[in-house]
Design a protein around this ligand. Structure first.
Ligand code: 6PG
Length: 240
């Protein structure tokens, strides 16, 4: 991915970032529903998106989309039970799903109960087979440039024949299950949420260094829109 084909939305504060992104996500979901009668949304994990999900769930009824026309998926999941504190599904349930009118059958967590992570990845791949392209993919970025569970130096970066894969992340000493580039790059819209000074260094490297391809997030090249949503703290090392 080069930043030439990406749109960057910058916001002065974290509050503005999350409130504006909530409005933009809601408007986009409504547009998808009006065009195709439905909207498939892939949620990001980690801590950054929590405030966005809270904003989505606490908007007024008039502002909220018809959640019953939405199908929710996950960009990646940790190899833990769904009631574990580290589970991306548990976070989304806590701050979003338990506060909106969404049928349980419209929520598609990545399974983590199989004997192996590979089995669970294969199950999820089967579960998304009917989806040609996701309407919206939300992502974050780690300080090492990973996104979803596409970590630097891991085998999943080179997976091209699958849309979901398991990956052992040495630095975390744990398995992860993640959508692959094949899934992420086929999305109609990808939004990458970046907040805070802790991400300023990796944003500078990703946006302004010559060896951009060294960072997994830089290898995203969606066929649809790619929108970076960042606050000024995350952009604080970017030279004008
Ligand atoms: C995860 C996410 C991961 C996350 C980054 C940033 O499961 O952790 O999918 O890719 O987006 O690690 O995490 P923070 O938002 O917590 O900084």
């Amino acid at each position: 991915m080069t930043t030439d084909n990406a749109k960057i939305n910058s916001y002065d504060t974290a509050e503005e970032l999350f409130s504006s992104c909530a409005r933009e996500v809601t408007a986009y979901i409504k547009d998808c529903i009006s065009k195709r009668g439905k909207c498939s949304i892939v949620l990001a994990g980690g801590s950054t998106p929590e405030q966005l999900y809270q904003n989505l769930s606490t908007a007024s009824a008039a502002e909220q989309p018809d959640w019953t026309a939405c199908q929710f998926y996950f960009g990646d999941e940790r190899w833990v039970p769904h009631d574990h504190a580290d589970s991306n599904y548990a976070m989304a349930m806590r701050v979003l799903f338990s506060h909106i009118d969404i049928p349980e059958e419209n929520i598609h967590p990545i399974p983590t109960h199989c004997q192996t992570a590979d089995e669970c990845a294969a199950d999820y791949e089967t579960g998304i087979r009917h989806i040609d392209k996701f309407d919206l993919v939300l992502l974050g970025i780690g300080t090492d440039g990973h996104t979803a569970s596409l970590f630097p130096g891991t085998t999943i970066l080179d997976v091209t024949d699958k849309r979901v894969a398991a990956v052992f992340v040495d630095k975390l000493n744990t398995w992860r299950i993640s959508l692959t580039y094949r899934s992420l790059n086929s999305a109609r819209r990808v939004m990458i949420l970046v907040q805070g000074k802790s991400k300023a260094s990796i944003i500078k490297k990703v946006m302004q260094s010559d060896n951009q391809q060294n960072y997994p997030v830089s290898r995203l090249s969606p066929s649809g829109d790619l929108i970076w949503c960042m606050d000024s703290a995350a952009l604080s090392l970017i030279e004008p």
